[in-house]
Design a protein around this ligand. Structure first.
Ligand SMILES: [Fe+2]
Ligand SMILES: [Fe+2]
Length: 225
């Protein structure tokens, strides 16, 4: 049993005060940003069985930029799921969000591992992405579960499109990055379907466009720093 599952079992069997919960929330925010990867990852690294091929310097830089964007997106996903599971009213919904959040932890760790292999670093603005996404998640949560779910479903659909664009840009020889992004794509699509099955409301077109614009700005910045 790893530390995470031991903590989860302990949480379920005890009664916590509001202060306890506040401290645990802060502790988990810290874990999201700097947690120990070997403890947090639940599924094997998709690239583990792929042959390593050398990339040209220009290719390496481009793939690093893409993986930095993906890592920043996963940092934002952690914050989003955390905020939305805090505001969700339905207990079953909270559980389902936690399951999706666990898969997002895998994505976060995989992207970070690939960045390390490429000799590059995550975005220096990760705390900003985290805080921004956490705030947006709290706001979406205040509108009630069906809009909360609608926001999640739309986010996941936009992430799938974005991953498709990244997959198309990867050098043909970079099977390691491809295996990671393909598994992430499959998971994100499943997260979107889960939210829709749970009763997601379709967001108005203007909200979707605003979300798209926000993610484009974030993408452009995280690619560089
Ligand atoms: Fe993800
Ligand atoms: Fe997701």
């Amino acid at each position: 049993m790893n530390n995470r599952s031991a903590a989860e079992i302990a949480m379920k069997s005890r009664h916590y005060t509001a202060l306890d919960r506040g401290i645990m929330a802060l502790d988990s925010v810290f874990a999201d940003l700097v947690g120990t990867d070997s403890i947090r990852r639940k599924r094997p690294y998709p690239a583990a069985t792929c042959v390593t091929t050398d990339l040209e310097e220009q290719e390496r830089q481009h793939v690093s930029g893409l993986m930095r964007v993906n890592h920043a997106g996963e940092v934002a996903a952690q914050a989003l799921y955390k905020a939305q599971s805090l505001t969700a009213r339905d207990q079953e919904l909270k559980k389902s969000m936690q399951q999706s959040a666990d898969e997002e932890v895998d994505h976060l760790v995989w992207c970070k591992s690939r960045l390390k292999e490429l000799g590059d670093h995550p975005s220096y603005l990760d705390p900003v992405w985290y805080l921004g996404s956490f705030s947006i998640g709290l706001i979406a949560g205040c509108f009630g579960d069906k809009w909360n779910l609608g926001f999640l479903a739309e986010t996941e659909h936009q992430v799938v499109k974005h991953l498709d664009a990244h997959l198309a840009q990867l050098p043909e020889s970079d099977n390691r990055s491809r295996s990671i992004l393909e598994q992430m794509r499959e998971d994100e699509l499943h997260h979107a379907t889960t939210a829709e099955t749970a009763g997601a409301e379709e967001l108005p077109g203007r909200v979707k466009s605003l979300m798209n614009l926000t993610s484009k700005i974030m993408t452009k910045i995280a690619y560089r720093i």
